[in-house]
Design a protein around this ligand. Structure first.
Ligand code: HEC
Ligand code: HEC
Ligand code: HEC
Ligand code: HEC
Ligand code: HEC
Ligand code: HEC
Ligand code: HEC
Ligand code: HEC
Ligand code: HEC
Ligand code: HEC
Length: 299
């Protein structure tokens, strides 16, 4: 850690440290200790949205105390001992995830009320596994920890790149011909998933498939004649949302097989030889997502 000798105190502007006239009076008491005290020994960059000295900006807007202690905890012992390890929360890998996340949740709990039920928290991840506080990351919203190479190489958005670092298997599903346009940056993983919320089946199944309907508004109804499966199991009853070798990202290559997987009873005239596994059921049942005119979705 580089010690700072210069007399002028620090003014942190954006992600840069600049020499400037003294702004803050150093204080040694508890939570509100000025960042300038810490800056005597620590050169700290890139606090981004948490810039302690930008009093007219975010801090004032949020009414928040953006001192270093807001995240690192009470500095009294650290200052009494003149620095050193083990006296402040340092967000190390072996610090418990809930302790690290709680430091962020003191301010961000309202926006992330279900984080503790999310698969990410349950898997032992903390906010700081995805978000950086002291690193400037070009091209990344929300200070995400990403490998910038993946953005350049495959055209993913910064946010998707962050996900793909851990979910490599999912990324490969987006290499099928029939897929959502993730690589072009038109969509992101976060268009459908909220990394701070509970699992996708809860969010995206049945009545909770709002994420799909945000874009595919015509599939949402309400219809006079709903297709039961759309309502109950949701879009994923028939589609694989990441990508698939099948047309329209259907879960089966032959459309008839998809339908027969749930409908073992069909009217007699549907029988072979007129109807085969290769039949396009939607040639007649064209309003397959629901209809206002036909209880069997013919129009
Ligand atoms: C007198 C110099 C000095 C001051 C003032 C000081 N520190 Fe430190 N700090 C150190 C030294 C030395 C270390 C241990 C080596 C290192 O990590 O750089 C350290 C370590 C840390 C660590 C890592 C702790 C760990 O367990 O690894 C954090 C976090 C930290 N300081 C934050 C702060 C904050 C916040 C303030 C202001 C309230 C502050 N420091 C003030 C010298 C100082
Ligand atoms: C928004 C929360 C937040 C604020 C505010 C904050 N930090 Fe940090 N700090 C972190 C996190 C998280 C890490 C772990 C590295 C990372 O993810 O960027 C860290 C790491 C550090 C470290 C390195 C610890 C180590 O591993 O050696 C020091 C030193 C430190 N911060 C000092 C400060 C000082 C001084 C301030 C005030 C100017 C400050 N921090 C303000 C969140 C914060
Ligand atoms: C698994 C990775 C991951 C974890 C863990 C995570 N985040 Fe995020 N966070 C993201 C991503 C990705 C975005 C960007 C979402 C977007 O751009 O739509 C984001 C966005 C944000 C934003 C910007 C506003 C918003 O909601 O879009 C805030 C604030 C935030 N996260 C705080 C937190 C806090 C606090 C925690 C811990 C309680 C946390 N995050 C845990 C990945 C994560
Ligand atoms: C003292 C309160 C406070 C603490 C503690 C805090 N934050 Fe924030 N954070 C804020 C405020 C206020 C903003 C700015 C919100 C806005 O722009 O409206 C912000 C912004 C953010 C953003 C960027 C949102 C965006 O739109 O890009 C992220 C990501 C974030 N915080 C993550 C964290 C993480 C991770 C921690 C813990 C290491 C943390 N915060 C600790 C108050 C806090
Ligand atoms: C630091 C690694 C890491 C990052 C970054 C990350 N995840 Fe995860 N994610 C995990 C782990 C670990 C699990 C729990 C184990 C599992 O189900 O794979 C998980 C679980 C999930 C699940 C639930 C899986 C299930 O079976 O229910 C979804 C959905 C998910 N992540 C989406 C995302 C998205 C979207 C992003 C980017 C915004 C992201 N993840 C970023 C590590 C990560
Ligand atoms: C078009 C919306 C959409 C996009 C974009 C999307 N997902 Fe999903 N994802 C879903 C749905 C819906 C499910 C639930 C599938 C199911 O229940 O069969 C899911 C399931 C998952 C799962 C758990 C099951 C599995 O396949 O492992 C993970 C992990 C996951 N997504 C991660 C990601 C990541 C990472 C990205 C970006 C690379 C991403 N998703 C992009 C909609 C989407
Ligand atoms: C009962 C099975 C089933 C369910 C459930 C289902 N779909 Fe479909 N979907 C199909 C079939 C079959 C096609 C192909 C239609 C064709 O051949 O013209 C299709 C086609 C599509 C298409 C492309 C053609 C078009 O009409 O725009 C989109 C987009 C689509 N579905 C979105 C959705 C969404 C969003 C949901 C959830 C609200 C959903 N689907 C639920 C069976 C289903
Ligand atoms: C952010 C907007 C957005 C969201 C959210 C979204 N989609 Fe899409 N979807 C699109 C776009 C745009 C296309 C056209 C793809 C292309 O570029 O060819 C598409 C294509 C499709 C297709 C194939 C259409 C065809 O003609 O073959 C299906 C099926 C589909 N989406 C289902 C879903 C499901 C299921 C979900 C929720 C899990 C979902 N989408 C969420 C934007 C979205
Ligand atoms: C995931 C299971 C599932 C799949 C796949 C599925 N359906 Fe259905 N379908 C249902 C359910 C459930 C109902 C409502 C049955 C009820 O109310 O008795 C229904 C109702 C219907 C009806 C209305 C008549 C009736 O039996 O109530 C028609 C017609 C129909 N489906 C055609 C299709 C066609 C064509 C396909 C293939 C493109 C298809 N379905 C795929 C589950 C499914
Ligand atoms: C040539 C047009 C046509 C094609 C192709 C077709 N259907 Fe139908 N289907 C109909 C008509 C018309 C009805 C309504 C019959 C009635 O009202 O008695 C019907 C009714 C149904 C019903 C509802 C039975 C009930 O309980 O009321 C199901 C389920 C069904 N079809 C499934 C399928 C499947 C699966 C396929 C593809 C293998 C398919 N259909 C292809 C014309 C077609």
């Amino acid at each position: 850690m580089k010690a700072i000798q210069a007399t002028p105190l620090l003014l942190v502007v954006g992600a840069l440290l600049l020499a400037a006239p003294a702004l803050a009076t150093p204080q040694g008491d508890g939570d509100t200790v000025s960042a300038a005290v810490c800056a005597d020994c620590h050169e700290v960059h890139a606090l981004g949205p948490h810039n302690a000295l930008d009093t007219e900006g975010l801090a004032a807007r949020a009414g928040a105390d953006f001192s270093c202690a807001a995240c690192h905890g009470d500095p009294t012992q650290h200052l009494e001992e003149g620095g050193g390890e083990g006296t402040m929360l340092a967000f190390r890998d072996d610090d418990p995830a809930n302790v690290k996340s709680q430091a962020c949740m003191t301010c961000h709990a309202d926006a992330n009320p279900r984080f503790h039920a999310s698969p990410h928290f349950k898997a032992g991840l903390a906010c700081t596994d995805c978000h950086s506080s002291h690193q400037a990351l070009a091209g990344s919203r929300s200070q995400l920890k990403i490998s910038e190479r993946s953005v350049e190489l495959i055209g993913l958005s910064a946010s998707s790149s962050a996900c793909v670092q851990c979910h490599k298997g999912v990324a490969s599903q987006f290499e099928f011909n029939e897929r959502h346009r993730l690589q072009e940056g038109i969509m992101e993983c976060a268009s459908c998933h909220n990394p701070h919320d509970p699992a996708p089946r809860w969010q995206l199944g049945g009545f909770k498939q709002q994420a799909c309907l945000d874009c595919h508004t015509d599939k949402g109804g309400p219809f006079i004649y709903e297709h039961g499966s759309v309502r109950v199991e949701g879009c994923v009853a028939c589609h694989t949302p990441h990508g698939s070798p099948n047309r329209h990202m259907l879960t089966f290559q032959n459309q008839a097989e998809l339908c027969y997987s749930c409908h073992n009873v069909v009217p007699g005239f549907h029988a072979p030889p007129r109807f085969t596994q290769g039949s396009q059921c939607t040639n007649c049942h064209s309003s397959i997502h629901g209809s206002n005119f036909s209880p069997v979705f013919l129009k």
